[in-house]
Design a protein around this ligand. Structure first.
Ligand code: ATP
Ligand code: MG
Length: 361
């Protein structure tokens, strides 16, 4: 008997700038997945962003949050413009969404394709804890006889360290399945997680992160995952010298933030790098780039970061076969290099890149 088809409801939040050009591409690839996957999608258009703020006085309307919570299985978020000077009342809607939906993990894969890279292809993912560490923003400034002194709290909890490490282990296992489902997209043969910390200096905070991560990854279900650890400064060195070494990197918030942007610089264009904001049972796919005002409205934004974000969202919704198909189609487009957008040195429009990827599905 054929398995019943599954229908996933996806919230679409284009946001600002090229978000409005790439999110429709994300919708199209979901609609174009082969019917053999037995997957259907329904969509709901949702508002958020700086333009929404200018029009309504809030960057993240309650309605958007309500619908995501009540109706949706996952979502795609385009981009928000950040005003260059502080605007009273405005704060980032994606930061607020992470809080309201408890999306505690930020996941950023960085990949070069086998065909297009000179050396070994890079295929790693950074899993960043997204709720604590120095970013709890508990800072204070004191006046002392020697002048001002500012301090900040670095908070690391067992609970947050454990759940982020568990997600990292699950991602490592799933990546292995995707490599099997889409052969040729990677050279790696077995899963690995690298725990990142600075516990040689911060023995209590980073010490707790390290110890908790070790414990979480020692679970029976991760027995096939090779677990190692690395001090964050030496990791930066190795990440730039030998990026192909890494598979899954798990890190507390601050190191994860810095490593994520650094690693994104290892690939040709921001237009290639996806991300996902993940909580228990919910994921928002989000291209790493911003609203790119310099190319807005020209129809040349690279949709690949969004297409990969769609695949990443699907992974977290338990649809790794569908994700593997998208990854393979995107890699095929990049390897073939006939339809590349201008940021990649080509001349193809958003639509032409998308159509080439869809043809490969
Ligand atoms: P924001 O304030 O929204 O972050 P920004 O000016 O920082 O806007 P980014 O979106 O961060 O712009 O992009 C930085 C550069 O990378 C820009 O030159 C932009 O055109 C380019 N870029 C970003 N995303 C893409 C994409 N998807 N396709 C092509 N070029 C892109
Ligand atoms: Mg930017």
């Amino acid at each position: 008997m054929a398995a019943a088809a599954r229908t996933l409801r996806i919230g679409l939040i284009p946001g600002d700038g090229i978000g409005r050009e790439v999110i429709p591409a994300g919708r199209r690839i979901l609609e174009s997945l082969p019917s053999s996957l037995n997957l259907n999608f329904s969509f709901v258009d949702l508002e958020a962003g700086y333009d929404t703020f200018k029009a309504t006085g809030t960057a993240l309307p309650d309605k958007t949050v309500d619908i995501l919570k009540k109706e949706c299985d996952g979502a795609l978020f385009g981009a928000v413009s950040s005003p260059s000077t502080k605007v009273a009342g405005y704060s980032s809607p994606i930061v607020a969404l992470r809080k309201k939906l408890d999306l505690y993990a930020n996941v950023r894969p960085v990949k070069t394709t086998a065909g297009s890279s000179n050396g070994n292809p890079i295929d790693l993912v950074i899993v960043r804890e997204n709720t604590e560490d120095l970013y709890v923003k508990e800072e204070q400034t004191k006046e002392t006889p020697e002048g001002k002194v500012a301090e900040a709290i670095k908070r690391i909890s067992e609970r947050a360290s454990s759940r982020i490490s568990t997600i990292a282990g699950e991602i490592a296992l799933r990546r292995q399945n995707i490599r099997t489902a889409a052969p040729g997209t990677s050279n790696r043969t077995s899963p690995m997680v690298t725990i990142t910390h600075k516990s040689n200096v911060l023995s209590q905070t980073d010490g707790l992160f390290r110890e908790t991560a070790r414990k979480a990854l020692a679970a029976q279900k991760f027995s096939s995952v090779h677990v190692e650890e690395q001090i964050v400064d030496s990791m930066v060195y190795k990440l730039f010298r030998q990026p192909e070494y890494y598979d899954v990197i798990v890190a507390p918030n601050l190191y994860g933030d810095i490593l994520s942007d650094g690693a994104a610089a290892l690939v040709g264009s921001l237009g290639l790098v996806p991300s996902a904001n993940v909580g228990d049972g919910f994921a928002i796919g989000e291209p790493c780039h911003g609203s790119a005002p310099d190319i807005e409205g020209k129809g040349i934004a690279n949709p690949i970061a969004t297409l990969r974000s769609v695949a990443l969202m699907l992974e977290f919704l338990g649809e790794e076969n569908a994700a593997a198909k998208i990854y393979a189609a995107v890699d095929g487009n990049l390897d073939d290099a006939k339809f590349l957008s201008p940021d990649m040195g080509g001349e193809a429009t958003t639509e032409e890149v998308l159509n080439d990827v869809l043809k490969r599905l």
